[in-house]
Design a protein. Structure first.
Length: 366
């Protein structure tokens, strides 16, 4: 399905885009899950690709991050061997390219993929092999895409330091940054302070899931304890604001954390559909209730992401289309979101300049 910019015939898929917050175990093709499950003798809730895709979407519309995360039991079950990880990573990059993504960061937690004997390093190497395979094929076909791994530690586990060391071992072999994922409430970034101290000492970039299932204190810990350069979701930053509306006039008073994030240009990795599904913006909310537009108008460095394409039955083009339709955005707005993402991407300055040039050239063609 093609998504057009409202009021135009511009296919958003044709526009160059950047994806910063996209989970490997949330972006599998349903048929791939079925194929690997059949090979490994794994039971699935559905064995037809369309039905399985719908099952994921239905299960994910719970309004609870905890329930949402349970769908990953299915995806991670088929991601326990090197061939499976390589195939899934290759297809992941292929799907990004099909959607017009020119720069993507793939986040995943290697510690969740050791059930069949892989080591942490072997798991990372298998994913990188799939990435390299896809990137080479895209290059050979005349395309271009930059892909990096974000190595995630599970915040409820106690091996953050091991995962930080893993990321550092692979920093010149595909690892672009570090993240922590999993249940946010009750597991603040401060629990992984040793990992974050090490990464800071090695000047390794960090993004932290914060402001999704927990509020301002989680964001504060991400910034102070995690030295986060970006916030994964971060939408609950609005809880550190006093918003008053009188007709069309809106007055906003920022708290200390909200002011810091704004003034420092710390990027917010928003994922609109996912934020609705998990209840990050409150229960029973619609796209019009998402704080994205308020944050954008206030000058925050907002970026648009998918989070988990399978669970949300989405693509980056679809997320942009939903926002454009809801908030009356035009092509200039969509380009602004991509420029924000380019500035926040964990790439070299030279690559960043090249990516921005590619973005501008792509949008100028429309």
């Amino acid at each position: 399905m093609t998504h057009t910019l409202p009021g135009t015939d511009i296919a958003i898929e044709s526009l160059p885009k950047i994806s910063l917050h996209d989970h490997l175990d949330g972006g599998l093709r349903p048929q791939t899950i079925i194929d690997i499950a059949a090979e490994e003798g794994i039971d699935l809730p559905e064995t037809d690709a369309s039905a399985l895709g719908q099952w994921f979407a239905d299960q994910s519309n719970s309004g609870s991050l905890v329930e949402y995360l349970k769908t990953f039991d299915v995806t991670t079950s088929v991601m326990q061997t090197a061939p499976a990880l390589q195939r899934i990573a290759r297809e992941f990059v292929e799907d990004l390219h099909t959607d017009g993504v020119i720069c993507g960061e793939i986040r995943w937690a290697p510690e969740q993929h050791l059930a069949k004997g892989l080591s942490l390093d072997e798991a990372v190497e298998a994913v990188q092999a799939g990435i390299d395979e896809a990137v080479s094929a895209i290059d050979a076909a005349g395309g271009q895409i930059w892909i990096g791994q974000l190595i995630s530690a599970m915040r409820q586990a106690d091996n953050g330091l091991d995962i930080a060391q893993l990321a550092l071992r692979h920093r010149d072999r595909g690892a672009a940054g570090f993240d922590i994922a999993g249940p946010e409430a009750g597991f603040p970034p401060s629990r992984l302070h040793e990992a974050f101290d090490l990464l800071a000492s090695e000047f390794f970039p960090v993004t932290v899931h914060a402001g999704e299932a927990d509020g301002v204190e989680s964001i504060r810990s991400a910034l102070l304890d995690g030295r986060a350069l970006r916030l994964g979701h971060g939408v609950r930053i609005i809880e550190d604001m006093q918003v008053q509306q009188d007709g069309d006039d809106i007055t906003v008073e920022l708290g200390t954390v909200a002011r810091w994030v704004l003034d420092r240009g710390i990027a917010l990795e928003t994922s609109p559909s996912s934020n609705i599904q998990t209840g990050a913006i409150g229960p029973d909310r619609a796209m019009a209730d998402h704080p994205f537009n308020l944050l954008y108008r206030l000058g925050y460095s907002v970026t648009v992401n998918t989070d988990n394409r399978l669970m949300s039955n989405t693509t980056l083009s679809k997320e942009l289309a939903l926002l454009a339709e809801t908030f009356d955005y035009d092509a200039d707005d969509l380009l602004a979101f991509q420029i924000n993402a380019a500035h926040a991407a964990f790439v070299s300055r030279a690559d960043k300049d090249q990516i921005i040039d590619t973005l501008i050239a792509g949008f100028e063609k429309i």
